[in-house]
Design a protein around this ligand. Structure first.
Ligand code: GLN
Length: 493
């Protein structure tokens, strides 16, 4: 625990935490040590340091969703995922930074400031006065077995504060906490890619399980029908352990599976000769970077050379997923955000001249532009005269996208192999330019269809770009076939 806290302090500039819970962590770690000493039966996560995205409610610890409206909100209860971590002996180091209400793909839209990617972050320049153990040593341990990785470079020459790489988002703080060696595992949430996208940019494993396998109780909702808690770890085996500790029915979330989850482990030696891997041709998307494309091809070749059957498949409705997601997301956001009215909890505007005025001012002050924009769009889509044209239509497209996957899997494919993101992490300077902000809405093109279909997927870090940034690939599996998915992921990592 002390080593984790020391590490967190060393990399403070990355802006990982919104709230640190080191005192609580110390106590939990001491209890765990005591259990070890007394020879009591250990819990599955005994003494394991973890961090939690600030979208999960934590009893007595503020939970902000990176928003002004919840800046001082302290929930009275634990989200089921948090409770399970505590019950299984994990040590909670803190609540991690994110995009406001999980809306974003950069972890730059937070009232607490953006999260920074540890890869290529120039600690030397920025920490001259301190003894700075370069973060690259920790990132270096991530070297995948299967692909030749280049040595990590530290070529950042400018000391300007915008000269660093984004983490991806919205769960950027959790991804960095794992990538920078602060903790062994972290919780995120994935509605359209918010675990897999930052996992890819930060070079860690990011698992989005099947919808309903992990409880959403106490996770502040973005899009209830798409949200799933997700898991960040350094390796696939750790993700399997976390999944075993967290998955299964929760009476407090009626959308969770009714059967208890059977924890599993993965074999040391993996035989992939019976695996049928599909390569969706529609995922050769516009703006896919050369390096990501060649990494994808190399991985497919490696699988084939090792005896797996690799074939091209078609998911014809893929191009509609971004627009379908945008409509469904905005519609659910419009309804979800209605609870923030300044009356029951959270920030309250000072204009008390009428109820309407109070609501308006509270939300104007409490939400950022992205959140307000989605509320407005959602209410527009849900107007009686627009409902069929937008919302019903989007639901139809959602079904077509889910059917695309179903047909491919029914055709005998076990796993799909795709890129996770269009390119490695972008520089902050690039990402925040207005033109690029619109373009980055396309960044979720490979991840959003998976949420629309409710199926599981995982980002596996497999390579480094010319510039020394991680490149991840995504494996997509069938509903509740996490074991097959993670077995293939372990082979690839
Ligand atoms: N980038 C997407 C959005 O802004 C997905 C976010 C997420 O998965 N939480 O909505």
């Amino acid at each position: 625990c002390a080593a984790c806290v020391a590490r967190a302090r060393q990399v403070q500039q990355l802006n990982v935490f919104i709230t640190e819970t080191y005192d609580m962590a110390g106590q939990q770690a001491a209890e765990s040590t005591l259990r070890h000493r007394q020879g009591s039966r250990l819990h599955v996560l005994d003494g394991i340091p973890v961090t939690i995205k600030d979208a999960f409610s934590t009893a007595g610890i503020r939970t902000t969703c990176s928003s002004r409206i919840l800046r001082d909100y302290v929930p009275p209860y634990n989200a089921t995922m948090v409770q399970r971590l505590v019950d299984r002996g994990a040590v909670l180091l803190g609540k991690t930074n994110m995009d406001e209400f999980a809306m974003g793909s950069g972890s730059v839209d937070s009232i607490f400031g953006p999260v920074r990617n540890p890869w290529k972050y120039n600690f030397q320049t920025r920490h001259q006065e301190q003894d700075s153990q370069p973060i690259r040593d920790s990132c270096h341990d991530l070297k995948p077995k299967s692909m030749q990785m280049r040595t990590m470079h530290h070529h950042v020459t400018s000391t300007e504060d915008s000269d660093w790489f984004i983490t991806g988002g919205s769960s950027g703080g959790s991804a960095v906490a794992v990538a920078a060696g602060i903790c062994k595992a972290a919780l995120g949430s994935d509605t359209g890619g918010s675990v897999r996208n930052p996992a890819s940019y930060c070079g860690v494993v990011g698992l989005k399980p099947t919808y309903g396998l992990l409880s959403r109780h106490g996770l502040i909702p973005l899009v209830n029908s798409l949200d799933v808690p997700g898991i960040f770890t350094r390796c696939v085996d750790d993700a399997v352990i976390m999944l075993g500790a967290l998955a299964g029915h929760d009476p407090k979330d009626s959308t969770t599976v009714s059967d208890p989850f059977q924890p599993f482990s993965l074999p040391e030696h993996i035989d992939i000769t019976r695996l049928h891997v599909g390569i969706p041709k529609e995922y050769h998307a516009p703006h896919l970077s050369e390096e990501t494309l060649s990494t994808w091809k190399r991985a497919a070749d490696m699988l084939e050379d090792a005896g797996a059957r690799v074939s091209q498949v078609s998911l014809p409705h893929t191009p509609y997923s971004i627009v379908c997601y945008s409509v469904l997301c905005a519609a659910e956001v419009a309804s979800n955000m209605a609870r923030y009215d300044g009356l029951e909890f959270g920030h309250r505007g000072s204009d008390h001249s009428s109820t309407e005025a109070l609501y308006a001012q509270t939300r104007h002050e409490g939400f950022n532009d992205v959140v307000r924009g989605r509320i407005l769009a959602g209410n527009y889509f849900l107007l009686k005269r627009h409902y069929d044209h937008y919302f019903t239509q989007a639901q139809r497209i959602r079904r077509l996208i889910a059917n695309d996957f179903r047909k491919v899997f029914e055709g005998g494919v076990d796993i799909l192999l795709t890129p996770t993101t269009l390119s490695p992490a972008r520089s902050y300077r690039w990402f925040v330019q207005a033109d690029n902000r619109t373009r980055t809405e396309q960044e979720d093109v490979f991840t959003q269809p998976v949420n629309l279909a409710g199926i599981p997927a995982v980002n596996v870090p497999v390579s480094l770009s010319e510039d020394g940034l991680p490149i991840g690939l995504q494996l997509i599996g069938q509903s509740f076939q996490e074991k097959t998915l993670l077995t293939a992921a372990k082979w690839l990592e």
